[in-house]
Design a protein around this ligand. Sequence first.
Ligand code: ADP
Length: 397
Amino acid sequence: MNVLVINCGSSSLKYQLINMANEEVLAVGLAERIAIDGSRIKHETIGKEKVVIEQPMKNHKDAIEMVLAAIVNEEYGAIKDMSEISAVGHRVVHGGEKFSGSVLITDEVKKVLEECSDLAPLHNPPNLMGINACQEILPNVPMVGVFDTAFHQTMPKSSYLYALPYELYEKYGIRRYGFHGTSHKYVSQRAAEILGKNIEDLKIVTCHLGNGASVAAVDGGKSIDTTMGFTPLEGLMMGTRCGDIDPAILPFLMEKEGLDAAGLSDLMNKKSGILGLTGISSDFRDIEDAAAAGDERAILGLETYCKKIKKYIGAYMAEMGGLDAIVFTAGIGENGAEIRRDICKGMEALGIEIDEEKNNVRGKERIVSTDNSKVKILLVPTNEELMIARDTVALVK
Ligand code: ADP
């Protein structure tokens, strides 16, 4: 059974075709610049040469049509006919409080997703466009929605409520939701498998450190707290997002800088984080290079970044009443050996001991703590697409 996994953004669409008989990836690709000049698809069928197909795409339907054409292309495609696609799994960012797991997409589900769009105006509308486009082109193929928020629906109320008037939670759903759930779930499960333990017996802190970044406390396989909140802005400092700040800074800046709501949102989401603090870049490779060359703000930026993660590890260790494993994943978590080291450094008294030699690795599943470390430290490359495909199979079977 082949499952097509779609992750649809406002101007891009990532996809993977996976043969679920053996969980083998058949093709991967990215449609870029949808509805912008210079649209193109980068497609790769595993075992064949990569191709770049440049062709205008005026909307997401055009993009899906081109993706499917690439997948069945005689020369560089992966399958002969679209009928070989049994189901489509869609990544959906916000499922609100309605979805604590993946769902088969129906008209009713789409209505709820539209309601959730208010909560994720940048993400849910393009996710829905992807779903609608797929349904038009593949009308008889079942579709499943897999939500970034779902895994965190097990958080207790005391983790997700803000100390705002309770009516605001009831009226607008203002609460913490958490994101990157599919990734936190995948890497915590893999960590348990790697350690040869039952996940129900483990207290794990998962650190998803990519362009967006979040840490989660996974107790017995369930998320009980996470750093992202009402939106993916809360918590850690990220590439361009500020994470936690004193909320009183906002009215202060409105007054001093004359910023309105859109200006503040732009400042906090796009101009802050490691980019804002260092003035160099949002890409951590650039920051590491600048720090190695002695740039003081780059050094400070990395210190600030690591300290914040360390604080959350400590907080979640306290919240769970112990810790068995720390897992690092996503672009920075998988590749940034020095960042992993600096986060863990100084926590030896808490039983957290990284092995510098084992830690000197990129993008591979590996235990990177010392043999004596009470808390195991693991590097686990994330695989959200596989999780989406697995959920899709489970629901359409
Ligand atoms: P996204 O959230 O967009 O999926 P990724 O998980 O791909 O993000 O992570 C992107 C981030 O990973 C970038 O900030 C990039 O700097 C960082 N990254 C990639 N390779 C390295 C590396 N070798 N060292 C440090 N950071 C890296």
